[in-house]
Structure formats: structure tokens, C-alpha cells
Ligand binder design. Structure first.
Ligand SMILES: NC(=O)c1ccc[n+]([C@@H]2O[C@H](COP(=O)([O-])OP(=O)(O)OC[C@H]3O[C@@H](n4cnc5c(N)ncnc54)[C@H](O)[C@@H]3O)[C@@H](O)[C@H]2O)c1
Length: 359
């Protein structure tokens, strides 16, 4: 198969979808890999690394889309790329269709085969291609939250861990999935007081088992959220309803109950956000303020740490890339129920049940 690796052009997105090690494996199996010039540079991989691994370098993004039977990306195609996607071309990447009608319409129009990383699903409902990015985003959420609590960046002026004789900061994490657990772990590690809310008792039991005693779990509902936001210094939104828009758990009117300078990090922004006041932001301009509450809503948080993220992502995506390349998308999907769940759009139609109800 002919595989194309374009340079990511989303704002401050520096990851690359296939490493030289991946290109080497594909070339060994007689696949052709075309990498856009410098696509891997920000992740630490030069054009020569790819060439030595058996890939070929093309200068322009147009040339990559033009030649490839399968485009492997990291983030969803952005507007400039919509017209480059060809009928029957396989596009394997994060799409997050639920949060963008424009992208969905463009991909329907393109008649491409859109396989979304985020809906590839195991039997137990877990999302293996989302996990490593969620681990990174969860850890970063606390790191970013701690930073934006500093006064010069308009925060409350609180050190999350406190110091001897001074109480630590309070962190509220809504959602005890992968993001939530990693965020809570980092916050607990800093010494903050942490409350984790979820509606899934299994997740709360798990958190309760593995976290230190200063991490408290509670069943999530509006009453509990209203209670905890009053004192929280940092609120992290980490909920997910697979394939659907995130529920708006913090309403606009609730911001008035919070203390000035509270920081809200909405990691679920890529599914539309779980705060009513969430608007997608970029690494260049990551925050905005509503009612004296600082919002951080960067849609591609792992893009800020591409060395870590590229390796973490490709560790889990590459086996699927190889299977699709070896078998073709149809056989690969037929043979693998996990991958079948990844098929979102085919021949101008939405084929993923969860998505059909949205558009
Ligand atoms: N912004 C970024 O850069 C970035 C990076 C990675 C992941 N994400 C996003 O972060 C979100 C969370 O991902 P995850 O991997 O942790 O998902 P997950 O499925 O592991 O966890 C989600 C949790 O939310 C809980 N939940 C659902 N509805 C809830 C509700 N009403 N109240 C409380 N809890 C509720 C679920 O029970 C589950 O435990 C997703 O939207 C994901 O796309 C964003």
C-alpha cells in the first residue's frame, strides 16, 4: 500500500503519525511510505532518519495527499486539507466528528474511508488509541492548572502543594477515566487536596483503591458539583460519553459561585467541552477569562510535548496502520472488531451508530 504522512498543520501541533521505526517496518513489508519534508522534526526525527528507514520525502502536503492510498495523521484534517482528501482514500487519524459539523460534512463530501482513532474500541468499551493521549492530557491538565494559578498569569496566587504550615490547593476532577485518574495522580503527587467525581462506581472504587487518602471520591451529580466548585482552586473537566458530545456539567450561572482566579481546565473540549463556557483554544493562546474564572481549553494538549506524545501515540496506532496496509481497509475491518468500531464514514455516509444520531 502507498502510505502518506503529512506534516500536521493544526496550530502548534508537532506530533507525527509514523516514526522512522514504523516506516522501517512498513518498508520491510514492501509498502511505500511517503513523508512530508520535516513532518517529524519537532518530534526529534529528521528527513534523513526517515530516508534511512526506507521512506521517501515529498516537499508539499498536496503531493502527499495526491500519491497516498492511506493518509495517516494525528489530528483531524483542517479546512485547508478538506479539498485534498480523495474518494476511496483511507484517512486514519483522530477525527472527533461529534464536535465538528463542518469536518463531518467535508469528509462525507470527500467519499473517503474515515477511520477514527478515538472510536477504535475494545470489547470492554475501552478506547486504546485514546488512552496514551488521555494519559498525557490528564497529567498536563494538572501541570497547566498549577501554572495558571500563579498570580502573574491572572490566577489566584496559590501553590497547589501548599508548604508546611499552609494548606494546599483544592483540585476538583470531574470524570474518573484515564484523564481524570492521571490528573488526580499528579495533583495528589503535588500534595493538593483532591476530589474526584464520576457516575461510574467501578471507576470510583478503582480511584479509591489506588490513590492516597487525600484523594476523595464522590458520586457525581449537580448538587455535588455545585458544592465543590465553591472552594476549588483548580477544576478539571475529564468526562467522556463515547462518540457523543460531552454533557455540560458546569453551567454559566455556576461561575458566579466560584472564587475569583479559579482555574478551569476542560480536557473534554475536543468533544465539545463539559463546561457551558468552554470555547476551544490553542497552545498559542490557551486561556480566556469568563466572570473572573480562567478557562484553559486547548484541544490538542499532547501537541505541546511531541517527543513524548509521538512515541506514546505511535506505540498504539502502528499495529493498526500495519494491519490496514497489509490487508486493505475492508479485510482489516472485517477481521478486527476493534478496528470496525473505528470506521466512522464510508462512501459519503456515516456508518458509526453513535454518530448517526448527531448529524
Ligand atoms: N484536550 C485534549 O488534548 C485531550 C487529550 C486527550 C483526551 N481528551 C478528552 O478527554 C476526555 C476524557 O477522556 P478519557 O480518556 O479520560 O475518557 P474515559 O472514558 O476514560 O473517562 C471518562 C469518564 O467520564 C465519566 N463520565 C461520563 N459522564 C459523566 C458525568 N455526567 N459525570 C461525571 N463523570 C462522567 C465516565 O464514567 C468515565 O469514567 C475525552 O473527551 C477525550 O477526548 C482531550
Amino acid at each position: 500500500m502507498i502510505i502518506g504522512v503529512p506534516t500536521e498543520i493544526k496550530n502548534n501541533e508537532s506530533r507525527v503519525s509514523i516514526t522512522p521505526a514504523g516506516a522501517f517496518e512498513l518498508a520491510k513489508s514492501d509498502h511505500k511510505v511517503y513523508v512530508q519534508s520535516n513532518a517529524g522534526l519537532a518530534s526529534g526525527f529528521t528527513n534523513n532518519d526517515y530516508k534511512n528507514a526506507g521512506a521517501q520525502i515529498l516537499e508539499s502536503i498536496e503531493a502527499i495527499y495526491d500519491i497516498a492510498e492511506m493518509i495517516v495523521k494525528v489530528k483531524e484534517p483542517i479546512e485547508k486539507e478538506y479539498e485534498l482528501v480523495k474518494p476511496n482514500q483511507i484517512v486514519f487519524t483522530y477525527f472527533h466528528f461529534a464536535s465538528s459539523q463542518a469536518l463531518t460534512e467535508a469528509m462525507l463530501k470527500s467519499k473517503a474511508v474515515c477511520i477514527a482513532y478515538e472510536t477504535v474500541q475494545e470489547d470492554d468499551g475501552s478506547l486504546p488509541l485514546l488512552t496514551p493521549m488521555s494519559e498525557i492530557a490528564g497529567r498536563m491538565a494538572t501541570q497547566q492548572g498549577a501554572k495558571f494559578l500563579e498570580k502573574p498569569i491572572k490566577g489566584k496566587g496559590i501553590l497547589l502543594g501548599g508548604v508546611p504550615g499552609v494548606q494546599p490547593g483544592k483540585v476538583l476532577v470531574i470524570g474518573a477515566g484515564v484523564v481524570g485518574v492521571q490528573a488526580a495522580k499528579m495533583a495528589a503527587g503535588l500534595g493538593a487536596s483532591v476530589v474526584v467525581l464520576d457516575i461510574n462506581m467501578k471507576r470510583l472504587r478503582y480511584v479509591n483503591d489506588v490513590m492516597p487518602p487525600h484523594v476523595i471520591t464522590e458520586f457525581s451529580n449537580e448538587y455535588k458539583i455545585r458544592k465543590h466548585i465553591i472552594n476549588a482552586d483548580l477544576i478539571i473537566g475529564a468526562v467522556l460519553v463515547a462518540g457523543a458530545k460531552a454533557p455540560k456539567l458546569i453551567k454559566r450561572d455556576m461561575l458566579k459561585e466560584m472564587q475569583h482566579g479559579t482555574v478551569m481546565v476542560d480536557v473534554a473540549v475536543d468533544q465539545g467541552g463539559c463546561f457551558e463556557t468552554t470555547k476551544p483554544t490553542t497552545h498559542e493562546n490557551p486561556t480566556y477569562i469568563v466572570d473572573d474564572v480562567l478557562h484553559y481549553c486547548v484541544t490538542n494538549m499532547p501537541g505541546a510535548v511531541p517527543y513524548t506524545s509521538t512515541l506514546a501515540l505511535t506505540n498504539v496506532t502502528f499495529p493498526f496502520v500495519k494491519t490496514i496496509a497489509d490487508l486493505g481497509w475492508k479485510k482489516a475491518v472485517d477481521n478486527n472488531p476493534m478496528l470496525r468500531k473505528g470506521l466512522n464514514i464510508l462512501d459519503g455516509k456515516i456508518v458509526l451508530d453513535e454518530l448517526k444520531g448527531i448529524f
